[in-house]
Design a protein around this ligand. Structure first.
Ligand SMILES: Nc1ncnc2c1ncn2[C@@H]1O[C@H](COP(=O)(O)OP(=O)(O)OP(=O)(O)O)[C@@H](O)[C@H]1O
Ligand SMILES: [Mg+2]
Length: 234
């Protein structure tokens, strides 16, 4: 069976002409269905860039990037838009809409998908908010939720459509260690239940144990061997 995410010899450049700068160098990575991969590495090393390429949020320029059997390198904007529908994306900042309630924010995760009635969107969104422990906060606006609660809304939004792939960029960055732990436990549980693949970027050593595999990005190059100080905690 083909890997869910298959990256071969991927390079990436930002800028044009004299300002052109290479930020990813010969990236190779295979991820199978149901695997949880954590990516760590210093600030500016290229982690978010790689995640946005995998997510179809920017177009891959050179090499091969196959997601669910589709080549995204050189793909048309329409094909990238199609690919984005199979992903749940949790951003570095939670990116909730301040003018929408928790329920309306989560429902947006379904609105790209055709053939789901408003009634069903609402019931599925309500259900997943209950699952993430927010049944009492369904009609709250983001400003009235704590950081951990907002992050849980963002996770619910990413998972409500049962995506095959979840891409999470520092989902615990703004959280204390207890809320951070709750959030990753929840992602792990939902991932195993929905059998989706997770690629998660983090600087947070305390959550490395949820990974099936840890990869390390440095200066735009990806390695399998994590440095010793990132060894799995007991
Ligand atoms: N849109 C852009 N245009 C030009 N350069 C960019 C752009 N986005 C990122 N870069 C550069 O690419 C490099 C990698 O950035 P990236 O955001 O992928 O790092 P990161 O590993 O996610 O860092 P952090 O841990 O701080 O989030 C950096 O040198 C950054 O300045
Ligand atoms: Mg980043």
């Amino acid at each position: 069976m083909e890997a869910v995410i298959s990256i071969k010899n991927l390079d990436h450049y930002f800028g044009k002409g004299q300002l052109r700068k290479q930020v990813l160098f010969d990236i190779n990575l295979e991820i199978n269905a149901g695997e949880i991969i954590i990516m760590t590495g210093p600030s500016g090393s290229g982690k978010t860039t790689l995640l946005t390429l995998v997510g179809g949020l920017r177009s891959a320029q050179s090499g091969s990037l196959r997601i669910l059997g589709q080549e995204l390198c050189g793909a048309s904007p329409a094909k990238l838009a199609q690919a984005r529908r199979s992903h749940g994306y949790i951003f570095q900042a939670h990116n909730l809409h301040a003018s929408l309630t928790a329920l309306q924010n989560v429902r947006m995760g379904l609105e790209l998908h055709r053939g789901i009635s408003v009634k069903e969107m609402t019931s599925r969104s309500t259900e997943i908010l209950e699952l993430v422990g927010l049944s009492d906060h369904i009609n709250y606006y983001p400003d009235d939720l704590s950081g951990g609660q907002k992050q849980r809304v963002a996770i619910a939004r990413a998972l409500v459509s049962h995506p095959k792939i979840v891409l999470a960029d520092e989902p615990t960055a703004a959280l204390d260690s207890k809320s951070g732990r709750d959030v990753v436990n929840l992602m792990q549980k939902l991932a195993k239940e929905q059998h989706c693949t997770i690629l998660l970027v983090t600087h947070d050593n305390r959550i490395l144990d949820i990974a099936d595999r840890i990869v390390y990005m440095e200066d735009g190059k990806l390695g399998n061997a994590a440095p010793k100080n990132l060894a799995k905690p007991h």
